[in-house]
Design a protein around this ligand. Structure first.
Ligand SMILES: Cc1ncc(C[n+]2csc(CCOP(=O)(O)OP(=O)(O)O)c2C)c(N)n1
Length: 297
C-alpha cells in the first residue's frame, strides 16, 4: 500500500468513528447511509478537492454537494477533520442553535456548499453552479454525490439531461450505488435497474467503480478532475476507466460507485435497520473496538 493510500485509509476509519460517536451523542441520525459514502468523501476531501478551510467562501474552491443530505454526519466529520471546525463540535449535531443541523445548510456551516435533504436537488443545483463557473471563466469543479434511491426523483433526470446538453465537463457526479433505500432494495421499490445504461442514454460518460477501493477512487477521481478543468488538453496515458475509450471533451462524467450500506461496522453492513438508528452504549463500544479509538478527541 502506498503512503498516500495508507494515510487515506486511516482517515476513513477516523471518519467512521466520528460518525458513530456523532450520532450516539446526538441521539438521532443515519449511520448506514453515512458509512457507504465515507471512502468517497475521504478521497474527495483529503486528496482531490481544491479547498481552503481557512477561507470557506473562497471563490476559486471546488464545490461539493451532498445531495443525499441525510448522510451529513459523514460530511461534517470530513469537514471537521479537514479543519473547517473542531471535531468536538460534532457532538452538537441536531441540537438547538448548533451549526450542524440534521441536514446540511450552507448559511450556518462552514464548508457546506448547498442545502440538501429533500432528495433530488443536488444535481440541479450542481448544474447551476457549473454554469456559473463557466460564466466566470474559472476552472473550478462541481462534485455531486447522490444516493441511488434518490434517483427516483424525476428532477434528477431533468438535470442529467441539461448537464449533458450544456456540455458541463466541469461537473462530476458520483452515485452511491448501495442498492438499498430507506424502504428496501431500490430495484424492487422503484425498478431502478440497468443504471449505467440509463446514464449513458442521457449522454454521460459512465464509469462503474468500487466505492470502497481508495486506490481506484483516487486515481479515477483525480484523472476526472484534471480532465474536467481542461478537457481539450491531450494527455498521454491518462486513464479514467480501464478498458473504456476516453470521454468526449464535452461529456460530463458520472461514477457509479458500488458500495455497501453500513460499510466498516460489520453489524451495520447491509442491514437496513441502520438506515436511521442510534447505537446503544454496547453497540457503540463494539463499533469502537472494531474501528479503534473511543471518542471525539
Ligand atoms: C424528496 C424526499 N422524499 C423522501 C425523503 C425521505 N428519505 C430520506 S432518506 C430516503 C432514502 C434515500 O435512499 P438513497 O438515496 O438510496 O440513500 P441511502 O439509503 O443509500 O442513504 C428517503 C426516501 C426525502 N428526504 N426527500
Amino acid at each position: 500500500m502506498t503512503e498516500r493510500i495508507s494515510r487515506l485509509t486511516s482517515i476513513a476509519t477516523q471518519l467512521r468513528r466520528d460518525v458513530v460517536n456523532t450520532i450516539y451523542y446526538a441521539g438521532d441520525g443515519h449511520p448506514g447511509p453515512c458509512m457507504s459514502i465515507i471512502d468517497i468523501l475521504t478521497a474527495l476531501y483529503f486528496d482531490i478537492l481544491r479547498l481552503n478551510p481557512e477561507q470557506p467562501d473562497w471563490i476559486g474552491r471546488d464545490r461539493f454537494i451532498l445531495s443525499k443530505g441525510h448522510a451529513c454526519p459523514a460530511l461534517y466529520a470530513a469537514l471537521a477533520r479537514r479543519g473547517y471546525f473542531l471535531p468536538s463540535e460534532l457532538k452538537t449535531l441536531r441540537s438547538l442553535g448548533s451549526r450542524l443541523q440534521g441536514h446540511p445548510v450552507p448559511k450556518d456551516t462552514p464548508g457546506v456548499d448547498a442545502t440538501s435533504g429533500s432528495l433530488g436537488h443536488g444535481l440541479p443545483q450542481g448544474c447551476g453552479m457549473a454554469l456559473a463557473a463557466r460564466k466566470r471563466g474559472d476552472d473550478t469543479l462541481v462534485f455531486v454525490l447522490t444516493g441511488d434511491g434518490e434517483l427516483n426523483e424525476g428532477i434528477v433526470w431533468e438535470a442529467a439531461m441539461s448537464i449533458a446538453k450544456f456540455k458541463l465537463h466541469n461537473l462530476i457526479a458520483v452515485v452511491d450505488y448501495n442498492g438499498i433505500q430507506s424502504g428496501g432494495p431500490v430495484n424492487i421499490i422503484s425498478g431502478l435497474v440497468n443504471l449505467p445504461e440509463k446514464w449513458r442514454a442521457f449522454g454521460w460518460y459512465t464509469v462503474e467503480i468500487d466505492g470502497h477501493n481508495l486506490e481506484h477512487l483516487t486515481l479515477a477521481l483525480e484523472n476526472a478532475a484534471i480532465r474536467g478543468r481542461s478537457p481539450r488538453k491531450k494527455r498521454e496515458g491518462m486513464i479514467i476507466a480501464p478498458n473504456m475509450e476516453p470521454p468526449d471533451p464535452d461529456q460530463p462524467i458520472v461514477f457509479i460507485a458500488h458500495t455497501l450500506k453500513g460499510k466498516g461496522v460489520p453489524f451495520m453492513e447491509g442491514n437496513n435497520a441502520w438506515h436511521k438508528r442510534v447505537p446503544t452504549d454496547e453497540e457503540r463500544e463494539l463499533a469502537m473496538s472494531i474501528l479503534g479509538g473511543l471518542d471525539l478527541e
